[in-house]
Structures are given as C-alpha cells and as structure tokens.
Write a protein that binds this ligand. Structure first.
Ligand code: SF4
Length: 357
C-alpha cells in the first residue's frame, strides 16, 4: 500500500463506520485467517519503582499509586506463571520489567536465563524491558527471544506531552536495534491520553513507515489510574477503539493487531466488532502488568461464542533456537549506554509529582 498522508489517514479513520469496517475486514481476510486469534500473557517480572515519568503509568516511582516496587522475579517463579498461561491457551508469554533501559549485569543475565527457560516450553517468548542496545538485542536473540515490545506510545508531537525522561528518537533506535536481529518487533501505542485525531494518524503513519512493519501492534485504551497525571481522563469510547483498530489493519495489513489495555471497559460485543475490524490478538490474564484485565475463562467463552480458534505458537515463523550462555557469541560488554533525557517540562506531570510530596 502506498504511504498515506496525515489528512488521508484522518479521512480513513472518519469514514462512515460500515464502509471503514468493510474495507478493514476485506484487508484482514486477504492476509489472515479471520477466525484465528493469538493469545499472549503478560507477566510483570519487575514491578514498580520505575525512574521514568510516563504520565499514564502507575509504575513510575514519582507518582503515588497503589503499585509498590518489587524486585526481579526468579526464573522458577516466571516459569510457573508461563506454564499456567500455556495451560490457559496462551501461545506467547511477554515479560515486562519497569526499567528505563537494560543494563548489563546480573539482572539482565537472569532475564536471559528466563528467555532460555521459557523458549524450551515451546511458547513464543517476548520481553519489554525498556531501551536496549544492539549487543543486548543480539544476546536476547541468542537466548531464543521471539519478540521484543517497545511501544512508541503516541505521535512524535504528542509524545512530548506525556514523557520527558526519554526521547522518541531513542525509542525508534531501540526498535532499530531489535531489527538487527531475528527478533520480531511489537510496537504500538495508547489512545485516550488527550491526543487529537491527527496525533493518532501520525502514530499509525510512523508505525507504517517502519520497514518491515512491526509484526505486532498493540492498540491500548488508556486505563486512568489514581495517582497518575492522567487519572481524570475520560474513557475511550468503543467507536474510537473500533476505528483505530480498523485504520491500523488497513495501514498494516500483515501485522497482528492486538487489543491490549482497556478491554475491561469494553463489552464482548464491542470486542467482537474489533475482531471484525481486524484485531487478531489479545492479552490474557487477570492483570496487564498492574492494571485490571478480563478473566481468562471469560475470554475463552467469548472465543467459543464467536467461533474464534486459538493461534498455535510459531504459526507465523519458526521457533528461534536457544544458544546456552556458555556457547553464546555475544557476551556482556558492560555497556552503560547514554540514552537521551530530553527534560522538557510537562506541567501535568510536574504538578502530580508535587501533589505527592
Ligand atoms: S511505562 Fe514503562 S518506562 Fe514508563 S514509567 Fe511505566 S514502567 Fe516506566
């Protein structure tokens, strides 16, 4: 598909709904089995205490939320959760750590061991650990990582109103570092943070301008959490979600489009419309890192009702090989990368931080 301008994407998003749905569903059928859905489970392997200032996130240490900082989980704890997720129908396990970026050292070595362990369970293994260097991405790849998640969150313009501690450019650099390996890219964003339609269009254009397109694009609806600068944001309507999914499907035909945070605010009928519009993946589990998510059994009942069947692991590409630590080509470099700190002022974030002091 030729590259669309912001104006064209906004026009697409705003089309009469039935036309938009028909167009998106047609693209969906050309590239995917419309009756298949891929299920991932997100495990928060290192919760809270994050130094970043993402305005939507209850894990940021500077905001006072109910999330308490915890230390990195053990390999055995993560393995137990992965087995449970597999038994519940998940083909992918995604490990999330509330870090700004990966630092070489014992904790990263432990995460690499988690990747090796979970890949041997024949599940697709994904990590979301913040910014990573090329060598760190290569080490994850050798451990058997299938996907790396690094969301761009919003458009470059609007990003400056939600995060001041790291730059958009660094986020894209991390995606580029992942692309230097065989690891697939998972990158998407959040709607409902006060952004305009043009910002949403620009975010999708940025994702669609990545070459190749991310294999997976999560579309999150903001879950406003008490204590964060975005606690009072109005919920995203189901129509906005359906339009966003449909537009993403048309711009990113081969990508798996994921319904992510915000599903608890959506009815099953609303979710069904999203699947029709081209969503073909969800995150399962009672929690998405720290925010609530529908019950797994409810999800399975919904799939049965809709006649959706579960995508098996490695249907889209072969399982990566795990190379044991002692045989790995890429070893620790003891890197201390200098990722940017733009430090522009975001009034909403500063006020919320002051409220809490
Ligand atoms: S979104 Fe990630 S990087 Fe931002 S504050 Fe939350 S845990 Fe930290």
């Amino acid at each position: 598909m030729q590259k669309l301008t912001q104006k064209q994407v906004v026009e697409l998003y705003n089309k009469p709904l039935m036309e938009l749905l028909y167009e998106a569903a047609t693209v969906h059928r050309q590239f995917h089995d419309p009756n298949k859905v891929q299920v991932s489970t997100l495990v928060s392997i290192k919760t809270g205490g994050c130094p970043e200032d993402c305005a939507y996130c209850p894990q940021a240490a500077r905001y006072h939320t109910e999330v308490k900082a915890e230390s990195l989980m053990s390999v055995e704890q993560v393995k137990a959760q992965a087995l449970q997720a597999k038994a519940g129908g998940s083909s992918r396990i995604c490990m999330g750590a509330a870090w700004r970026n990966v630092k070489d050292g014992a904790e990263f070595d432990q995460v690499l061991e988690m990747v090796r362990t979970l890949n041997k369970l024949d599940m697709e293994v994904c990590c979301t650990l913040g910014m990573i260097t090329e060598n760190q991405a290569k080490r994850l790849s050798e451990a058997g990582l299938y996907a790396y998640n690094h969301n761009i969150d919003s458009s470059e313009d609007y990003y400056e109103q939600i995060i001041s501690t790291r730059s958009y450019k660094d986020r894209l650099q991390t995606i580029d570092n992942v692309r230097k390996t065989n690891i697939t890219v998972c990158s998407g964003g959040i709607i409902g943070m006060g952004e305009s339609m043009e910002n949403r269009a620009d975010m999708l254009i940025t994702l669609a301008s990545l070459s190749p397109h991310p294999e997976s694009v999560p579309i999150n609806a903001l879950v406003p959490v008490e204590g964060t600068p975005m606690e009072e944001m109005a919920p995203v309507s189901i129509w906005e979600m359906v339009r966003m999914v449909a537009t993403a499907r048309i711009l990113l035909p081969e990508t798996q489009v994921r319904l992510s945070a915000g599903r608890t605010q959506m009815s099953q009928e609303g979710q069904a419309l999203c699947f029709f519009a081209g969503a073909n993946s969800i995150f399962a589990g009672d929690k998405l890192l720290t925010t609530p998510n529908p019950d797994v059994n409810e999800d399975m009942k919904m799939f049965e009702e809709l006649g959706l069947i579960l995508q098996k692991p490695f249907e889209k590409r072969p399982q990566p090989q795990t190379i044991e630590a002692e045989n790995a080509c890429f070893q620790t470099l003891g890197e201390k990368p200098k990722w940017t700190r733009p430090g522009h002022l975001i009034r909403r974030n500063i006020e919320k931080e002051k409220d809490n002091n």
